[in-house]
Write a protein that binds this ligand. Structure first.
Ligand SMILES: C[S@@+](CC[C@H](N)C(=O)[O-])C[C@H]1O[C@@H](n2cnc3c(N)ncnc32)[C@H](O)[C@@H]1O
Length: 278
């Protein structure tokens, strides 16, 4: 039995918020997949590499890493049982034998020491109660010279299209949902530098990367998905249904102009961080 330090996050990602991700892998991958190219270009995974994917969720980035490390292996670790189970099922369906998944808390998981050539993460490293302990643990899993590459959210810009589109809901948001707590813990590049350097990494870089965020095939689909997401559901629970209905219609109409033959697409920006284990 692997230890769990982040028990609140474990509860959240093993509860209905994690279940929503596990039940909608394609939707979440469309939402976040616009940053995959930047992540993997920076990670520069080699054919024989052993790769660790931290907070791998339902495993799209683990599978992409495994395809790049065709003669190596990609290991996804995640605190969420339903997401790990889904990740295993999708990798099996796709016949990707060198992608394996483990359930555990990356902050305290006993990784094999000095084993991995690379560690990657698409938005799975912000939720640690103790970032320095977590990145020290992850660094210990890397070989000397091993590379860490991750993306994490920027603070939402008030000028972004998404701020205007989702404003009717943002006005009703009281607090982050349990799974969302920590989401913006690494949204300050100076904090990323500080955490990674203190955890023993060198050659730390943080750059802004823009990408397309795909919310669904139509505005109707996008609005249904958005209102079912954990952080929104959590905050709208108990709000009068007329108020919710009004917000839903306003978001739907605001999304209409963004419908394209390729789906409802908004621009987004994340931080891309790279670092080396000396
Ligand atoms: C925003 S989701 C991203 C999932 C996936 N990387 C993706 O891009 O679809 C964050 C993930 O981090 C996982 N997570 C949160 N805290 C964790 C921890 N301490 N150790 C391992 N995984 C964790 C969650 O269960 C969740 O799957």
């Amino acid at each position: 039995m692997q230890p769990i330090a982040n028990t609140q996050q474990a509860d959240a990602w093993n509860g209905h918020e994690g279940a929503h991700w596990a039940n909608n892998p394609d939707r979440y991958d469309s939402l976040n997949g616009g940053f995959n190219d930047a992540l993997f270009e920076a990670a520069a995974i080699g054919e024989r590499d052993r790769v660790l994917d931290i907070g791998c969720g339902t495993g799209q980035t683990t599978r992409l890493a495994a395809r790049r490390a065709a003669l190596g292996q990609a290991v996804g670790i995640d605190i969420s049982v339903p997401m790990v189970e889904r990740a295993r099922a999708i990798a099996a369906e796709e016949g990707i034998a060198n992608a394996v998944f483990e359930q555990g808390d990356a902050q305290v998981h006993s990784f094999p020491s000095g084993h991995y050539h690379a560690a990657v993460s698409r938005g799975g490293v912000m939720f640690f109660a103790d970032h320095i302990a977590a990145f020290t643990n992850i660094g210990g899993a890397l070989r000397p010279g091993g590379r860490l590459t991750f993306i994490c959210p920027q603070l939402p810009s008030p000028e972004a299209d998404s701020a205007r589109i989702f404003a009717p809901v943002n006005a009703l948001i009281r607090q982050p949902s349990p799974a969302q707590r920590g989401m913006v813990s690494l949204s300050d590049p100076a904090r990323i530098h500080e955490v990674l350097t203190t955890a023993g990494f060198t050659e730390v870089t943080v750059t802004s990367v823009e990408g397309s965020v795909d919310w669904g095939r139509t505005a109707d689909e996008a609005v249904d998905f958005y209102f079912a997401m954990g952080p929104v559901r959590f905050n709208l629970d108990g709000v009068h249904e007329e108020v919710v209905g009004d917000a839903r219609e306003r978001v739907r109409e605001a999304l209409r102009p963004y419908e394209t033959p390729d789906g409802v697409r908004l621009r987004g920006a994340v931080w891309l961080a790279t670092a080396t284990r000396p």
